[in-house]
Design a protein around this ligand. Structure first.
Ligand code: NAD
Length: 279
């Protein structure tokens, strides 16, 4: 069984992105990433911190702007509008989830689509679904990058995706369709999940449920991509029961060190790509 090493994929992209950042700095362009964090959601705070650390280590200025969960929607929107107008800011990353008193769709859509580095605005989504160039959400991009790095073709393959969120599952399905895969989308109402997953040449789980995918749910030799990040007995684990699956799957992404490692790199790349729009 092959381990699909996210760290190796991230390192491969890192070199190219750093080169591009160096070129920009030489031309006195210093792109910045604004990360907006509202409330006290622990995974979001950890993700924001690690995102910031990686970006800064690559020479991209990144800053976390923290607001309490009691912040008013109008105040948050005013912050976004301020970042929209700042010429040095090329990327705005709104950490999700937002507190329940806010309308997340309304807030997200206040981000200037040219700075929407996580591809969450309606404009970015429409671009993805109609095949126009634009920002693609970073986690789905990371999954495709891993498959590309290991020369795993999607064309004609049966792909099962577990999870249908707007951030991961849905855009990922579209990216797989764009590569001519036959995609089956699973979710909490899917009957007999294992019947679908057993058919998949490539199984991608983005459910956020530890040990959801067991050994008897996969086809021997399948490629398994584990997007989930969960806490289980004090450890960070994915959705896949790694121990059960490792003797059955053909290839698998570990957690940690899989998709997450590549996602942060995709954000930095999107910020750097955003600078093209000013050239
Ligand atoms: P979400 O909660 O918005 O969506 C989860 C989806 O999984 C839902 O569509 C739900 O229908 C489905 N689901 C949940 N339990 C299921 C079950 N038992 N059977 C079938 N379907 C089920 O979550 P999200 O934002 O899409 O994130 C999913 C997971 O991916 C989380 O663990 C999150 O932490 C992780 N994540 C990882 C990265 C990364 O870079 N690795 C990035 C974003 C999210």
């Amino acid at each position: 069984m092959q381990i699909l090493d996210g760290k190796a994929v991230a390192a491969f992209h890192r070199e190219r992105i750093e080169q591009r950042l160096d070129d920009l700095h030489e031309r006195q362009i210093h792109p910045e990433l604004a990360i907006l964090l509202v409330g006290s959601d622990k995974p979001s705070a950890m993700y924001a911190k690690s995102m910031c650390k990686v970006a800064c280590s690559m020479g991209l200025k990144a800053e976390i702007y923290t607001e309490p969960s009691t912040v008013r929607e109008t105040e948050l929107i005013a912050m976004i509008e301020h970042f929209n107008e700042q010429p040095s800011i090329f990327g705005i990353l709104m950490m999700m989830p937002l507190p329940s008193h806010m309308n997340a769709t309304r807030v997200i859509n206040c981000i200037d689509p040219r700075k929407d580095v996580d591809g969450l605005t309606d404009k970015s989504i429409a671009d993805l679904f109609t095949g126009r160039p634009g920002f693609v959400p970073c986690t789905p991009r990371a999954v495709i990058s891993i498959l590309d790095y290991y020369h795993i073709s999607l064309s004609g393959k049966e792909v099962a995706i577990v999870g249908r969120s707007n951030v991961v599952g849905k855009p990922l399905a579209q990216l797989c369709l764009n590569r001519n895969a036959t995609v089956t989308h699973c979710h909490t109402r899917t009957r007999e999940l294992s019947k679908v997953t057993q058919r998949a040449d490539i199984l991608i789980s983005a459910a956020g449920r530890a040990k959801l995918i067991r050994g008897d749910m996969i086809k021997p030799g399948a490629v398994v991509i584990d997007v989930g990040i969960n806490r289980w007995e004090g450890k960070t684990v994915g959705d896949v029961d790694f121990e059960e699956i490792k003797t059955i799957a053909g290839a698998i992404t570990p957690v940690p060190g899989g998709v997450g490692a590549v996602t942060t790199m995709m954000i930095v790349e999107n910020v750097v790509c955003g600078t093209k729009q000013t050239e």
